[in-house]
Design a protein around this ligand. Sequence first.
Ligand code: TRP
Length: 517
Amino acid sequence: MSGEGGDEGRALWGSRLGFLLAAIGSAVGLGNIWRFSYTAYANGGGAFLIPYFTALLVAGIPLMILEYAIGHSQRGSTPLAFFKIKKQWEIVGWWLPMVATIAVLFFYAVVIAWCVDYFTFSFTLGWGNDTAKFFTEYLKASGSASTLGDLNIRVAATTALVWAACWAICYREINHGIEKACLVFMPLLLLLTAVLVVASLTLDGAVDGIKMYLKPDFNKIDLFHNPNAWKVWTSAFGQIFFSLSLGFGIMITYASYLPKKTDIVGNAVWTCVANCAYSIFAGFAVFGVLGFMAHEQGVGIAEVAKPGGALAFIVYPKAISQLPFPGTLRNLFGAAFFLALVIAGISSAISLVEALVCAITDKFKIKRGNVVTFLCVAGFLGSMTYVSSAGSSIMDVVNAYADQALILGGLLECLLVAWIMKASVARQHVNDSGGIHLPKIWEFMVKYVTPAVLIVILYLDIKGTVSLFTTGKADVAAHVIYGLRIIATTALFAWGLTMFKWYRKSPHKPEEEHILT
Ligand code: TRP
């Protein structure tokens, strides 16, 4: 491959499967395991699939094709691609992955670290009987975003390990590092998840749990009769965006490493379908176990179902301790669950590291390895904010902004491609690259439908955040310090970066074009 970190070019994906697994690896993350099923359950069960698939068709798939088309046609990292389309847009290209790194990746790495620790606890069921108390003690949480407390050495050490893993995977060129890792990670993740699903289906009460997960409640999604239904629809869009890793420039970067002849539409549809199918599948393991818990305790599922961290670190460990399996199998079930989370998390984290590495090596004449080292050390230091006692409280604040940043990112991409580069040009490019034909309706979607829907969703989301302030529910200081400040400083940095000249503008070597990926 041309110059590992050398100066004439970057590598390309070794195979179509490698690319797809890396893209799916980025999409399938912690969110698929602990966010999707609860969101579905809380928002109408089976009926939630209607807004969810609508979001997939209206925004998910069109934007995935759009991101692949940007990266593939411009053959560069997000800021370079934006720069090539319209010079003034370079700043947006920097801003998206930077916000994502600070708003998502810094805490995401810490959560992966918790999963690593819980993986080790599984072997002794070290969380004891009171898993909620254990979790708080483990985190040394203060319950407030402004009480920083002491640094938690144990979590800090595991977080260092997570960053070291990202460093080791990203250090080499994409086809040697990320591609090889995902070729192992993704089949392993599927296997672990299948084991978890099958094992949880054998539990008493599992079927009831799954019924609750999928039982449709159409009133929840009924926009005409239920005044709160819009919240369900915005969560469906939020979930699709977050889950598909859209709006942060990740998929643009991954697609820039595709060879000239490629099936953009097929790749995009595969990525989306695999991601959503995985989410639904993993929900069986989550709700099977929740059904078992409810059955054990003789309570309704609502008593035990919790979203996110509480599910993974409080409810699930408790269930694992009570599983009716022989001793070691119980430990292995726990280990499989946390290992699945670790793998799903790392394969997402590396995709964002790559987005920045690619951007920096396009801009400056610095060796890839050095950029990776710098970013992983900086990332580790950034993650330390979340390792303090206030960590999990700060996460809640930042999370609120992350979704909005994603949706804004998607909207800006749409405007850039559909209106500045022109949707017809992008579609022509996709069709010239070979593979499945992109129908003309896509142009209409990305010009009108997708942006219109995104504007509405963004408006509702921002309105929701503003009402937290006006009703006095928000920790104003925390929002200003962690939410708004991140947005402002990253914008400033992004602007600063546009002052420098591009080191490479057309990075791929023609002789590598023979592989059809
Ligand atoms: N797709 C990931 C999930 O479902 C979330 C995610 C989106 C992400 N963009 C990311 C994670 C960037 C890390 C880095 O969990």
